[in-house]
Structure formats: C-alpha cells, structure tokens
Ligand binder design. Sequence first.
Ligand code: DX5
Ligand code: ZN
Length: 228
Amino acid sequence: MTVQINPSILSADFARLADEAQAVKGADWLHVDVMDNHFVPNLTLGVPIVESLSRATSTPLDCHLMIEDPDRWAPQYVEAGAGSVTFHAEAAAAPVRLAREIRAKGARASMALKPATPIEPYEDLLPELDMLLIMTVEPGFGGQKFLDIMLPKIRRTRELISRHGLELWLQVDGGVSAETIERCAEAGADVFVAGSAVYGTDDPAAAVRSLRELAETATTAAPWACGH
Ligand code: DX5
Ligand code: ZN
C-alpha cells in the first residue's frame, strides 16, 4: 500500500507558485484548490493558472474543484494539464457522466465529500472513480482544525473499497498534520493533502518527508493494510 503526500499550494505564496512547487520536490502530487466564491466562501484561482503551473513543474497536479457546476468546468482543468481532477458530489449534476468524461480526456477522476455528506449513497458509483476525497474540514480555507468525527467515515469507505476489491485511492484533506496524519492512515486513507503543515514550515520538503514517514509507519500497523 503506497502512501502519497500532496502539498496544498493554498498555503503557498501565490506570487511565487513555480518556486513553491520546486520547494516540495519529493511530493507525489501538487494539490491545487480551485474555489469560486459560490460553492465555498472563498476565491482562489482558475484554468489559466493551472495551465501555467502545469508547464512550470514536473510534479503532477491534483486539482480540487470547490466550485458550482463542475459538469461544465472540470473537463477544462484536464485540458489545462491536471493529472487528477476532483469534483464535489454536492455540486455535480451528473457525477457518473462527469467522471467518465474526465477519464476519457486522460486524467484521473475523483469525487469529494463535504463533512456532512455520507459515503453510503455513492457505493455503486465508486468503480467509476480513481480517487475519493473525504474532507476533514469544511472546505474553503486552509489552516482549520482537523475533524476527528470524520474518522468513522474514512473507516467505512476503506471497508467498501476492500469489499468491492477496488483500486480506489482514498484522500483526506483538511487539518492533516504530524499530529493527525497517523489517525487518518490507521483509519484507511492513503493520499494525504497538507497545506499549512507543509508550507507553514521553514523546510517544506522536510515536512513532506516526515509526514510520509509517519503515514507509512501507521499504515504498516493498520489492520486494513495487512496483506497489501
Ligand atoms: C480546504 C482545502 C485544503 C486546504 C488544506 O478547503 O481544500 O486543500 O488547503 O489546508 P490545511 O492542510 O492547512 O488544512
Ligand atoms: Zn483541497
């Protein structure tokens, strides 16, 4: 079972994005938070910046779309160079059609759930996805406190993935830090987004390394990972 660490550039210096991408060289993906001030009460960046960033770094881009009408916009992020595109279940009108379109265009398709959205109604849809994102804070801002009450949802999702024998990555996003990452890994997450815990430190690359180490150790000890 491979652990992946995806630093979120939401906590980076937006005027120096190319340098900030370089600063986390060992990272698996660069997590790019797209917010439209409608789906969430914050506004960040859009297609042109993703396009430039994908040219400026060899680290693949993991675009997390916190926007209304992803059915319309998500395919443009694939064309802009994203290797993975995540839309929110609460915002998508036709999630199956959208996931298929993202895959057909050549990116990994991923769906996110806000804290109050349960996983169970989406069980039959999971084979259409390459990754599921469980938000561990209310989406919209970096630097919020990790919601421990999301751990049972992570556990139940991991059970569904195992029961159906799926090759689905399980991402957590929000408040992931050296203090919380082991609990996420133990519960079943294997892709970890960290914003302030990486870019809020003096040495972002070292932060990525130590988060990875903590997650790997916790995964090895986790019951769900036995035999992988
Ligand atoms: C929150 C974003 C996160 C955010 C995480 O809505 O989706 O990706 O950058 O930041 P931290 O790790 O600081 O909670
Ligand atoms: Zn995010």
